[in-house]
Design a protein around this ligand. Structure first.
Ligand code: AHR
Length: 331
């Protein structure tokens, strides 16, 4: 069934790449390199990665680097160590070097217009992967390839509503991702959209753990001291959930039993914790964006246009589903 879904998703993407309208000025043939297609081994793409904050990010980096290597396209790679100024520097350096395309996953949503205008003025098309920018000018990028984070938050909320159907009150701790990052904003919004309809759900604390395991551990340790009766932890990624598990165990409680845990991502370590009963539910966020990014670059290089928004296909996992999926999990 999963294979069928992947094949269908790939088909949808290919259709999207083959025949769709452009996302704005940047998506037209000018932005795609002036109409002259280059041999793949002459193309240069600059990729400005967020950092290496999570298992998801490591898998995403590996997948993108492998896809470009397989395609025979040169990929210049930089790691911004979760700092926007580093990412802006990297993008400026790609502009100076005259790369053919720039792709990046924005650390935070705002503050990109200036550097994206510089890329536009240099005629270098920009592709957003994984995270969105909050800009009114959609001509600043050709396409945004990545998950629907609001929907991910809603899926987390729906599980909570079902799991706590018989409870009178549910005290929730939310471990937020990086402040200002699209997945942190949207996953909180999606979750609130669903649980907000019922007064019995109360978010007693909501703090950032910066998408890291150490952040999840540190925040959860402190929150357990000030909030003795937590029913549910909603962590915006697996790593923070895994950090929270350590803190819960250190406090003499049983994660998954005394305190239920929902996370997002479904990387191997998260799936193992789900299979072990320490996490109760995971909303998948796929880091495997490499091949789709290569396909976008190839289409633009051939003078084609791409969809302005390409949404990644994702699912959710219960304990039983994690046990079944784990042996084949790639990351
Ligand atoms: O932008 C995707 C998010 O960033 C992943 O959920 C998280 O693990 C990562 O750090």
């Amino acid at each position: 069934m999963k294979k069928l879904i992947s094949i269908a998703a790939a088909g949808v993407l290919l259709l999207g790449l083959a025949g769709c309208a452009s996302g704005g000025d940047s998506g037209g043939s000018d932005a795609a390199g002036g109409g002259e297609s280059k041999a793949l081994d002459e193309l240069v793409v600059g990729f400005a990665q967020v950092g290496a904050e999570s298992g998801w990010r490591t898998a995403n980096t590996k997948d993108i680097q492998a896809a470009f290597e397989d395609a025979g396209i040169e990929l210049k790679f930089s790691d911004a160590q979760q700092k926007q100024e580093n990412q802006i520097k990297a993008i400026r350096s790609y502009i100076q070097q005259g790369v053919d395309y720039i792709a990046f996953s924005p650390v935070v949503e705002t503050g990109w217009d200036a550097v994206l205008n510089e890329a536009k003025a240099a005629g270098i098309p920009v592709i957003l992967t994984d995270r969105a920018v909050d800009s009114k000018d959609e001509s600043l990028y050709v396409s945004f390839l990545g998950s629907d984070f609001v929907e991910e938050g809603e899926k987390a909320g729906e599980w909570a509503v079902e799991e706590f159907a018989d409870a009178d009150s549910v005290k929730i701790v939310q471990l937020e991702g990086t402040t200002g990052a699209a997945p942190a904003i949207d996953r909180a919004e999606g979750f609130a959209n669903v649980i907000g309809e019922d007064d019995k759900f109360e978010i007693v604390a909501s703090q950032t753990g910066d998408f890291t395991r150490a952040g999840g551990l540190q925040v959860m340790e402190a929150l357990l001291k000030s909030n003795p009766d937590i029913d549910l932890v909603y962590a915006h990624n697996d790593d923070m959930g895994l950090g929270a598990i350590e803190a819960i165990e250190a406090a003499g409680l049983v994660p998954g039993v005394d305190i239920k845990i929902i996370t997002v991502d479904a990387v191997k370590d998260g799936m193992q914790a789900l299979a072990d009963g320490k996490i109760n539910f995971i909303v998948e966020c796929s880091p495997l964006l490499g091949q789709q990014l290569v396909d976008i670059v190839k289409t633009l290089n051939d003078g084609g246009t791409v969809e302005p928004r390409i949404v990644t296909e994702e699912t959710t996992f219960t304990k039983e589903q994690a046990i079944e999926a784990l042996p084949d999990r790639q990351y």
